[in-house]
Design a protein around this ligand. Structure first.
Ligand SMILES: *Cc1c(COP(=O)(O)O)cnc(C)c1O
Length: 563
């Protein structure tokens, strides 16, 4: 998406700030669901002609490139990529004072082009400039690397530098600033400063009117907090500390609190996450807009073709994916088989798993972090093997990166790979390296069943199951996040455990998982192909048509941007 430098500043009304934005796997500046959602959001805006500009950071070493040794030990390598191949460098520079000196910030742009040519610019901030000292240049090296001071500096660049850069680039008629998670909450301070009277209720109200905040974190520990001693060192006299404490919490600076206090519209990312957030932050009005995925990005080639043929215009009007109900089962099966072939070939080319296109294939891929419970399906290996031997054969494809500091996550990957060796060849298990958007697309469309086993209520929404549904792949999942809304038992997929349970136990969930496989899912797959394809078709008709960013953005426009 290179060429030309002209930004459509004058018509742009909304600025969308996110610490990570995942547009495609060539621009590796995302770590997982948050970033992919941000990218999908901006793509839907380009399709719907919503005048928005994206603001994020450019990480020269990406998140990281994952390598796995034969024992399953992960190593994190710098992700080598060349920004200038995909982005345009702009001449404008701004500066932000960080830890007592000026840090210069430059900007690159990426153009997201919608289905009828409407363009949404995405601005990537970058401190890799000769004027900066080595530490300052390092601020744009990695995403979520380093300790608090590094993180705080990055958030200052994004929030304060971002507002200044937009002004410098001529975006002077912005009506809304959308904070995708609390990382960018410093932008509220910069807006406050522009209103001169810092502590006047009028100034705060004026800023609130402009800000929209989407929270993604259902557990208190997940919210960014900084010690005020560090804040004082890094921010210097940028903002009076006493005023800041009134807005961001007295003990430590809580970025979520800062965002909550300075936003007029706040939402969680699924209905249940809205409820959890209201409990976590009593006294704030918190709405819910359930996440979605971008149809044009996540429908695989064969379904893309099927949709264009049978549901013309469906990709830009995903509501009409409901008409898939009148498409013959055989066409759906054929489209799926093409996607499955691609996945199985990839697995057999890159691993020793020796998979077959005839076997029920379970997919599991996401960030490898403890609450996602990668190994829940391995709780009782004898039972799993007995299902595969006696009811119908199974094979499993895994993928996912663990944060380099996350020991538990890395141990989980190792456990999957060790278990794979133990149950081979009874159940072929593959772990594909370096999960990214490209691999995600192959996996969510090529498996037969998408498995998700988070510990409740930690999955704020989850989105890979939505991508699977769009490709006719049903989910088997814990009733958390989006699946509470998406699951119609036996119609769009299956639930593990019950909706009522709050602190789910591994053993109980594992038993429920095996029960579903043994009694319902595996028999359906092998003995009732028509019944199986009905579930596939319903996944598209009921979930593909709803859990997409077109619907989601229409809700943001009506509920958040036009308030
Ligand atoms: C969609 C996606 C995710 C998010 O998946 P969840 O189900 O929400 O955990 C993470 N990483 C990549 C590369 C993705 O494409």
């Amino acid at each position: 998406m290179k060429e030309g430098n002209i930004l459509n500043q004058t018509g742009t009304r909304i600025a969308y700030f996110s610490m990570e934005i995942g547009l495609n796997s060539d621009v590796p500046t995302y770590s997982g669901g948050l970033g992919v959602l941000a990218g999908d959001t901006l793509k839907a805006c380009s399709d719907l002609r919503i005048p928005i500009v994206g603001m994020t950071m450019l990480y020269r070493q990406g998140y990281f490139y994952q390598k796995l040794d034969p024992k399953g030990q992960q190593s994190a390598e710098p992700y080598e990529w060349q920004p200038k191949r995909f982005l345009n460098l702009l001449p404008e520079k701004v500066s932000v004072d960080i830890s007592g000196r000026s840090v210069f910030v430059q900007a690159w742009t990426y153009r997201v082009v919608g289905r009828d040519g409407f363009e949404v610019p995405v601005v990537f901030l970058d401190t890799e400039i000769p004027e900066n000292d080595p530490e300052a240049r390092f601020f744009c090296r990695t995403l979520y690397g380093g300790e608090d001071r590094y993180r705080l500096s990055q958030e200052l660049i994004l929030g304060v530098g971002g507002v200044r850069m937009l002004e410098k680039l001529g975006f002077n008629d912005l009506r809304r600033y959308h904070l995708n998670e609390g990382h960018s909450a410093f932008l509220t301070l910069e807006l406050l400063k522009k209103n001169l009277v810092l502590d006047g209720p009028g100034a705060i109200e004026a800023v609130r009117q402009k800000c929209v905040f989407t929270t993604h974190t259902p557990v208190p520990a997940g919210h960014d907090k900084f010690d005020y001693s560090l804040v004082r060192e890094v921010l210097g006299d940028y903002f009076p500390l006493e005023e800041l404490k009134k807005l961001g919490g007295g003990e430590r600076l809580n970025m979520t609190l800062l965002a909550l206090n300075l936003s007029d519209y706040v939402n969680g990312v699924a209905k249940s996450h809205g409820e959890v957030s209201r409990e976590m932050f009593p006294g704030y009005s918190i709405d819910a807009i359930t996440n979605g995925v971008h149809t044009g990005t996540w429908a695989c080639e064969s379904f893309n073709r099927l949709f264009s043929e049978m549901i013309p215009g469906g990709m830009n009007d995903p509501f009409s994916l409901r008409y898939i109900l009148s498409v013959p089962r055989e066409r759906i099966q054929r489209a799926h088989q093409a996607a499955k072939k691609e996945l199985i070939e990839l697995v057999n080319r890159t691993t020793l798993a020796q998979m077959s296109e005839e076997v029920l294939t379970i997919g599991f891929a996401r960030r490898a972090t403890a609450y996602k419970r990668f190994t829940l399906i391995f709780s009782d290996l004898d039972r799993l093997i007995s299902i595969s031997r006696n009811i119908g054969r199974l094979q499993l494809v895994f993928s996912g990166k663990a944060h380099p500091e996350d020991r538990e996550g890395q141990a989980m990957i190792k456990a999957v790979i060790e278990t794979a060796k133990r149950i081979h060849p009874d159940i072929p298990v593959a772990y594909l390296e370096n999960y990214d958007m490209e691999l995600a697309r192959i996996m969510v469309s090529g498996c037969d069943l998408w498995l998700n086993t988070p510990r409740k209520p930690k999955e704020a929404s989850g989105s890979s199951g939505m991508k699977a549904a769009l490709n006719g792949v049903p989910s088997l999942s814990i009733l958390d996040g989006w699946w509470i809304e998406g699951c119609l038992e036996g119609i769009t997929g299956w639930a593990i455990g019950s909706a009522q349970v709050e602190n789910n136990e591994d053993a109980v969930d594992a038993a429920s998982l095996y029960e579903k496989l043994e009694r319902v899912i595996v028999p359906l797959y092998y003995s009732n192909q028509e019944g199986w394809v009905d579930v596939m078709r319903n996944s598209i008709a009921l979930n593909g048509s709803f859990f997409n960013t077109h619907r989601m953005m229409q809700q943001y426009v009506l509920n958040a941007y036009m308030f």
